[in-house]
Design a protein around this ligand. Structure first.
Ligand SMILES: [Zn+2]
Length: 248
């Protein structure tokens, strides 16, 4: 096979998608969907000894690169763009076995990426556990009367990744007192007051919040004080009456 005369790609094997009907100069078959130019004359892929190659359209860069690496013979496929007056790349012709090997390598990459994502997620999980433990410790430092399992639950809830809750904010990560108190208040509001029930009953949020302020403050007082000898009767963290229905 002679080296085809190549449009705009000297030294490279190039096949052309012709714009007009062309026949093979050697075997006369046509019209040709793909041809190579040898000494200026069109030849079909069979006559150019390229008939065993398969067409891989452009678009998947990694698959294209690997197919060409795997293929002993590869041909760039171009088509002339009249408007831009230049040949444009449409894809490549490669050996079918090379394309199969390239596809396997890309799949292996996808699998490797999937495994790496899983590893990263596990690593993040460990980091989250450490963060949650530190958060819970800070809750217990500020609220020594808070039951340990409540502190862990509040910390875990506050530090759920990506939830936008207080624990994952910059302040929460820094375990600032404000962030810890906010998380505890939210936990108390939902866990130790009729707040959620009020919302379900259609009480406007601000009104519901207003109604539960005394209950929240009573719990916070009890949790704050228990380690310092105050409010001993409330050491378990739930003031009497916090669960009783409020008047509507
Ligand atoms: Zn031919």
């Amino acid at each position: 096979m002679g080296q085809p005369v190549t449009p705009h790609s000297p030294g490279r094997l190039v096949a052309v998608q012709p714009l007009r009907h062309k026949r093979c100069a050697a075997c006369r078959q046509g019209p040709l969907s793909l041809l190579v130019l040898e000494d200026g004359a069109p030849r079909c892929l069979d006559c150019a000894d390229l008939g065993h190659l398969v067409f891989l359209p452009r678009g998947d860069t990694a698959l294209t690169r690997r197919s060409r690496e795997e293929s002993a013979l590869s041909v760039v496929v171009v088509r002339f763009n009249r408007r831009k007056s230049r040949y444009e790349r449409q894809g490549v012709l490669v050996e079918e076995a090379a394309l199969a090997r390239a596809e396997e390598r890309c799949l292996a990459d996808a699998e490797a990426r999937r495994r790496r994502r899983a590893r990263d997620a596990r690593r993040r999980g460990v980091a989250d556990e450490r963060f949650t433990a530190a958060f819970a410790a800070e809750i217990l430092r500020l609220f020594p009367g808070c039951p340990a399992e409540r502190a862990r639950a509040i910390a875990a809830h506050a530090s759920v990744r990506g939830s936008g809750r207080v624990g994952r904010s910059a302040a929460g990560r820094a375990l600032s007192g404000t962030a810890v108190v906010s998380a505890v208040v939210a936990g108390v509001r939902h866990g130790d007051t009729p707040y959620d029930r009020l919302l379900m009953e259609g009480v406007p949020r601000q009104e519901a919040r207003r109604r539960i302020v005394p209950a929240v403050e009573a719990v916070l007082r009890a949790w704050r004080g228990a380690g310092e000898g105050e409010d001993q009767g409330c050491g378990h963290g739930r003031p009497p009456g916090a669960r009783t229905p409020l008047p509507h």
